[in-house]
Design a protein around this ligand. Sequence first.
Ligand code: GAP
Length: 515
Amino acid sequence: MATHADFKTLVAHAKEYGFIYQSSEIYDGLAAAYDYGPYGVELKNNLKEYWWRSMTQLHQNIVGLDSSIFMHPKTWKASGHVDAFNDPLIDNKQSNKRYRADVLIEDYVAKVEGKLNKEIKKAQKRFGDAFDEAEFRKTNGNVLRYQGEMDAVSKRLAEAMTAGDMEELRQIIEDLKIKEPETGNAEWTDVRQFNLMFSTQLGNIAGEEGKLYLRPETAQGIFVNFLNVQKSTRQKLPFGIAQIGKAFRNEIVARQFIFRMREFEQMEMQFFVKPGTQLEWYNKWKEARMEWHRKLGHPSEKLRFHDHDNLAHYADAAVDIQFDFPFGFKELEGIHSRTDFDLSAHAELSGKKLQYFDPQTKESFIPYVVETSIGADRMFLAAMSNALVNEQVPGQDDPNNKRDVLKLHPAIAPIKAAIMPLKRNDERLVNLAQSIFQDLRVDFKVMYDDTGSIGKLYRRQDATGTPFCITVDFDSLDDNTVTVRDRDTLVQDRVKIEDLGRIIGERVDMRNLLR
Ligand code: GAP
């Protein structure tokens, strides 16, 4: 049976095989910053390409943009980030460690949920096939008590967050007797708002005037260019602008590897629509984005929608696509109906008309916006955690004969094929393998490898997700054929060397995802 890697194993695997390293590791690392290694950068680029082509190539009415990280400081005043892009911060008086008040409360709810799930598991074991989970949830005293507590705390939290009520957050922590996770101490400071934007200073202007922010989202670069793009591409509503780029947030609690970082990459698309049609488009994009995830081979049970309890300052509807990460269901992507909030605010503060002229009705108006926003790094983590399994080697009877394999969709795999001679000290095999490599590398990311026994090389390619291994053996010298080993089934096909490009090409083609 195949088991998915637990979180610790995944992190270790990512480092050992050159996917992700801790930033500045030789100086003991910098928290919440990570570097993508040789395999990681290929995988991340492939995921970005899948997103970019899905947006800008498959939609005639979505165009791309690459705006700068630094923007005029007024951008962030207009967008609301200076005043409202805050997280509730609380310090523990004994340890002086900082926490997010809402996360402490969410963790408390998660603990209660853990107890509830334990009750269900126990009952499942006791009643076996006769177990009716829905009925048990409705009638079991402990389960009802846990569910009631979870609902009540979540409601209080949502209300306090929506109202920005810091005193109430502090009160919830006190009422629930929440302790510091590491020391068990329950002496907390008041809760206060903490702005998440990083700031820096222009070299040639002193003081507040020269204060710049590192963008906390790429979306604002799209808003301020809305008219430039619309005019230069002559787009009519509805149309979208897509962008991939770095964003920066001074997260109070940065944890769970690349899930929450202080420097990360976003893939955002703002879809400009006629006012009044935004909810129709919001629903369309919700479905389209879910389908995009499923195409990649992520099973339906690992993906779910989660409506926001607490709407951001700019949204009239918002949903997350959550993914079942090794640490549970968490936000992978957000889809937001952002109304005309951003364009109106920029129009007001800049004094520029950011309106669309409708040639049919001859009216000018500020469009509404539906946004899809996903972190490239979170997408990477989702893809890796879904793909990394430990399984009994297919075709082998011994259940202890296991392998780690990264079952990525071939179109996003870092390396598409590895070419290896059966014996590295036979010049004829090496020369033929090298010439196949030279030929294929023009079309695909392939590698030549003769650094170990074939068995060991296969295992290494499995661990990095290479869908095909091409082995050159002595028969190859006579009949110009090679074996192509499939990563997932381990079936080995004998194919003509001249057909390799076509066979590999058909399987790794990104068109398989885009179609
Ligand atoms: N423009 C809307 C926006 O930025 P968000 O929900 O704050 O919305 C969108 O962020 C996506 O960016 C998230 O769904 C997540 O995938 C990614 N993201 C946000 N903060 C992140 C962080 N600190 N580290 C990694 N990814 C992050």
